[in-house]
Write a protein that binds this ligand. Sequence first.
Ligand code: ADP
Length: 221
Amino acid sequence: MIHLEEVSKIYQTADGPVHALSQASLDVEKGQFVAVRGPSGCGKSTLLLVTGGLGTPTSGRVVVAGTDLPSATPAQRAAFRGQTVGFVFQMFHLLPYLTVLDNVAAAAVPEQQPAARDRAGELLKRFGLEHRLRHRPAQLSAGECQRVAVARALINRPQLILADEPTGNLDPDSAAMVMDLLADFNRDGGTVMLVTHEEQAAGYAQRTVSMEGGKIVGSEE
Ligand code: ADP
């Protein structure tokens, strides 16, 4: 599902180049739930962005669900992001002026659009948010916001969820609820790559990959 081969990413900054990834190699099979761990600044978020086609590597091979991302056109990369991957971030990134239902439905790609509002409503009901459909994100708790963000990530029936510290702003009960949703997705055959500092969240993964200084330095099942 994920094939990263000697992937490097250098950010050019005012202070000079920053080597966020240095020849990182990783393979993840379809249906695996992988936690990525390592100290702050070791390249975990960059690895996730490159895997999801949100960032291009400086060098190396990135093939995800059969798409060779660095050599894909911007339109192919956008189609890949829309159809294959769902993202969940620590800060939710919901649109404040849209209702909960619209936040989820608006993320649907054109092929999913006709039934998007129905599917958004179903997902939100399944996630215990049926009383929140017409509310705006500011009226919700952090845990509710993250459940909305997971529904948004699932609207296009992705094969892969990339989650960057999804429980970083949640209390333990809300965190468990969000992790249960990711576990359900994985049980239905979805692949999950999760960046986390938290023991409890990492416990949901079947495999833990360790990073250090932009490299993958270990993998434990
Ligand atoms: P982690 O997720 O493990 O904290 P990141 O992938 O966010 O690591 O960052 C790896 C390194 O790249 C860090 O030194 C960080 O400061 C730097 N970095 C990340 N994103 C950017 C960016 N957009 N521009 C410049 N430097 C960045």
